[in-house]
Design a protein around this ligand. Structure first.
Ligand SMILES: [Cu+2]
Length: 157
């Protein structure tokens, strides 16, 4: 926590700098918090691994929607190679704030597989305003889809 406390006095300055970039970030059609942060975390969005793996994750439910500071409960669906549902093993969610290079405490949240084949995650708290990466990865004994899938969430203050 020490590095977090050291950063606190600089936060208003960082927020002001971020707002100043909004003019060049617009136009993609993604939702935005108005602070220049572009979010990709929206119900129905499905994206694949950004690092060459086969894992694909689709967002089925965000509570609340859009994500907020405080508890967020996400439900997703995951697929691996050939589009096969990823249901053997564990789907893991890790929130990460790139600006300050930190995650949450705890750092990882393990999904629970429902009868319908969806993964439900325990509440996670992106506790600072700004852009967060919500990273998914698959873990299993033996073969796993591989790679990580990253959604971006814009958290308001
Ligand atoms: Cu932070």
């Amino acid at each position: 926590m020490r590095h977090l406390l050291a950063l606190l006095p600089t936060l208003p300055l960082l927020a002001a700098a971020c707002t100043g970039t909004s003019a060049t970030d617009g136009g993609s059609g993604s939702s935005s918090s108005g602070s220049g942060c572009l979010a990709s975390a929206a119900v129905g969005t499905e994206i694949g691994s950004d690092d060459g793996g086969a894992l694909r994750v689709k967002l089925l439910g965000l509570v609340p929607d859009p994500p907020v500071k405080g508890d967020n409960t996400w439900t997703v669906e995951a697929h691996g190679a050939g589009g096969a549902p990823f249901v053997d093993g564990t789907l893991v969610l890790r929130p990460f704030m790139p600006l300050h290079a930190h995650g949450t405490n705890p750092a990882r949240f393990d999904g629970t597989l429902t009868d319908g084949g969806a993964w439900v995650f325990p509440p996670f708290d992106p506790f600072m305003p700004g852009r967060w990466e919500i990273r998914f990865s698959a873990e299993a004994d033996g073969g796993v889809p591989g790679g990580s899938v990253v959604f971006h969430a814009c958290i308001d203050g």
